[in-house]
Ligand binder design. Structure first.
Ligand SMILES: [Zn+2]
Ligand SMILES: [Zn+2]
Length: 174
């Protein structure tokens, strides 16, 4: 589903000219991971609801922005204590999970090696600071035609998710 722009909320009315969360003006999309953005499906706060109604590419950008924005470790602990079992019920939880994976793999080489093993099973390769997957592998894992997987990957990898991935050796952009 399409993201809700600032000023088009259905469950709340905000009178300000600019978003109090990200400063977007009326009619503009919020910054990724803005707490004010609403879900196009249920109208509640997008980061905390469980609809996860956006495209895969938009979801990944929001998840990454959530992880990038977390500075308070107590928030990580609180979410892992009170969140869903796999920390995947909302975009916020997914962002916390991504933060945890980054934190653990940065500090623990064995964990990083294990993560690479797990990623290999999904077709992803660790490339530079990010992860890449060939369109063929992605198509197999997502159960979609290669052309469709390639379009999704191009959208995902173009900017926010795997910055600079095209420049890295070993990426399998088909
Ligand atoms: Zn906003
Ligand atoms: Zn929702």
């Amino acid at each position: 589903m399409e993201r809700i722009k600032f000023g088009s909320e259905t469950k709340m009315t905000i009178l300000a000219d600019n978003c109090p969360g990200c400063n977007a003006y009326r009619g503009q999309l919020h910054q990724y991971a803005c707490v004010v953005e609403s879900c196009p499906q249920c109208g509640s706060r997008l980061l905390r609801c469980t609809c996860k109604a956006l495209s895969m590419a938009e979801s990944l950008k929001i998840t990454k922005a959530v992880a990038d924005g977390i500075t308070d470790r107590s928030e990580i602990r609180r979410t892992s204590d009170t969140g869903s079992e796999h920390l995947d019920a909302s975009y916020y939880e997914e962002g916390v999970m991504l933060w945890i994976i980054r934190d653990v793999t940065a500090r623990d080489q064995a964990a990083a090696a294990k993560m690479n093993e797990l990623l290999a099973d999904t077709g992803f390769k660790h490339v530079g600071k990010g992860y890449a997957i060939s369109a063929e592998d992605a198509a197999r894992h997502m159960g979609v035609p290669v052309e469709e997987a390639r379009a999704i990957l191009e959208e995902m990898q173009a900017d926010a998710v795997y910055p600079g991935w095209q420049d890295q050796e070993g990426t399998a952009k088909a």
